[in-house]
Design a binder for this molecule. Structure first.
Ligand SMILES: [Zn+2]
Length: 500
């Protein structure tokens, strides 16, 4: 059955809109011109002058009858409001267009109801009452929430750097071109470089953003804090008052351990270059890590120069006595300062203890053989993947049947829907198992622990800058409490990864 015919609908309201309304003739001419320019040769014209009786639109009803009979593939109007403003009628027309696959066209818009695109729906909203519009928007928001929450799919306008959007699979996939640069960000951040150091480095390599711009610390920060790289998808709907997050939506480009380490590193210090940091030299291994145990503010590190008969001139670095003043009471913090050497010794002692725990953990990781569990999952995955292939073949056969007119549309649609939902559940099972399998693989944890052990062992031989980097990588915060110059110092030390 050929459905090449186009329906043209023109209408003039009784009063006219301030006399500016197009006449029936000019509307008709506009639509005929469109038919010519778009190559629609076969068309019917429905023309009516709205009578004073409400809802009396005989031509529109005739047109709808024609649509119902499957005569038309398109409905052409000069403007969407030609269809009128009666919600009941519009709703009926919309349902008809959906069930009969009719596309509405105007000189500048196309409304295809099969396409769940909200911009197109927006065009239709101009003639829909506010509540109807809200209902549609609500449904679309619900659809997006479901896309993320139930179907585990990322939604967004631009794929994050390092990914590209696969339109047919409707998921993010790694982008071979930008992925290596993204991984470079991760590696540099894990090595303790600040966001600005990373952007400098990448710019110096001549690598620019996808829009050919220079990298900035802010851009790098945004990327390294984006959870999409963990395989997650997020959708915040203010309309529904819901924030949804889904995991396993696409291939992750960063491990959870790497992500967490980078967040801790960046939270523990300023990652933007401050004026003081700029060109500032590392003074001690504990720069930026010492805080006041009384008022919790950061303590400054300064050089102290001394002279004595016995030793002559000598100097040392110290965490300077706290100078912060309580905003409410106006009283200066009473905490005293301490030599950095003393603090460093305590921290190193603590790291030795940490090292012992790491070694135990590493040993248990190596003993814990996960190979049989892994093989089990791999076998399940093979079965599921062949299920996917079988379903794809079925789908293709089904489409062939329909295209060869061996099957009615209704039956085709319902069987296709069934196959698709079947496929969706198989695919989500696959991504669940793949994720489970990659979590069984502890190689990356072993690597990480070995790296930390190596750092602690070679610390004594490192130059000052390196020592500071290692400290910043391993230590989150050191709090110093000391009563008066002669008092005994007390330390509280938080390590970055203390739960080992
Ligand atoms: Zn203080």
């Amino acid at each position: 059955m050929s459905r090449k015919k186009v329906a043209l609908y023109i209408r003039k309201s009784r009063e006219g809109d301030n006399g500016k309304e197009e006449t029936l003739h000019s509307q008709q001419q506009t639509l005929i011109n469109i038919c010519e320019s778009r190559g629609y040769e076969d068309y019917d014209i429905y023309s009516e002058v709205e009578s004073s009786i409400k809802y009396d639109r005989p031509e529109l009803l005739k047109l709808m009858k024609g649509i119902e009979q499957g005569k038309y593939s398109k409905l052409l109007i000069t403007h969407i409001d030609r269809l009128g403003r009666e919600i009941g009628l519009l709703d009926d027309l919309k349902k008809l267009c959906i069930s009969s696959d009719v596309i509405i066209e105007t000189p500048d818009t196309t409304i295809n109801f099969q396409d769940d695109n909200h911009d197109l729906m927006y065009g239709f909203s101009s003639v829909l009452a506010d509540f109807e519009y809200k209902r549609i928007r609500h449904r679309l928001a619900t659809g997006k929430v479901n896309t993320v929450e139930i179907r585990h799919k990322w939604i967004g306008s631009t794929a994050p750097y390092g990914y590209k959007y696969d339109k047919s699979l409707k998921i993010l996939v790694p982008d071979e071109e930008t992925l290596p640069t993204y991984r470079m960000f991760v590696q540099l951040a894990l090595e303790g470089h600040s966001f600005s150091e990373i952007s400098d480095k990448i710019n110096s390599l001549g690598i620019s953003t996808r829009n050919n711009k220079r990298w900035t610390a802010g851009r790098i920060q945004k990327i390294l804090k984006n959870r999409t790289y963990l395989g997650e998808a997020v959708y915040n709907s203010t309309r529904l008052g819901r924030n949804v997050t889904a995991t396993d939506c696409h291939e992750p480009l960063i491990t959870p351990e790497e992500f967490e380490t980078i967040q801790k590193l960046s939270a523990s210090r300023r990652n933007y270059r401050s004026s003081r940091d700029f060109g500032g030299k590392t003074k001690t291994p504990l720069d930026s890590l010492v805080y006041c145990g009384v008022c919790k503010k950061k303590m400054s590190i300064q050089i102290s120069k001394k002279y004595s008969q016995a030793r002559g001139h000598w100097h040392f670095y110290q965490a300077r006595r706290c100078i912060h003043i309580d905003a409410e009471t106006g009283v200066r913090c009473p905490n005293a300062g301490c030599k950095i050497d003393i603090i460093e010794e305590v921290v190193l002692h603590r790291l030795e203890d940490y090292k012992k725990r790491l070694l135990v953990k590493l040993q248990s990781l190596r003993n814990n053989d996960t190979s049989s569990a892994e093989a089990d999952i791999t076998q399940k995955l093979e079965v599921l993947n062949s299920d996917v292939k079988r379903n794809e073949t079925r789908l293709k056969r089904l489409t062939d049947l329909y295209l060869d007119a061996m099957m009615e549309k209704d039956e085709y649609e319902s069987r296709r829907k069934e196959l698709m939902s079947n496929m969706d559940s198989i695919k989500s099972e696959i991504s669940y198992l793949e994720n489970k399998r990659s979590n069984l693989n502890v190689d990356h944890l072993e690597d990480k622990y070995e790296e930390i052990l190596g750092m602690i062992d070679s610390y004594p031989e490192m130059p000052l800058e390196e020592k500071n980097k290692v400290m910043r990588l391993l230590v989150d915060r050191i709090e110093l409490t000391k009563e008066g110059t002669r008092g005994e110092p007390h330390f509280e030390i938080w390590l970055m990864d203390d739960n080992i």
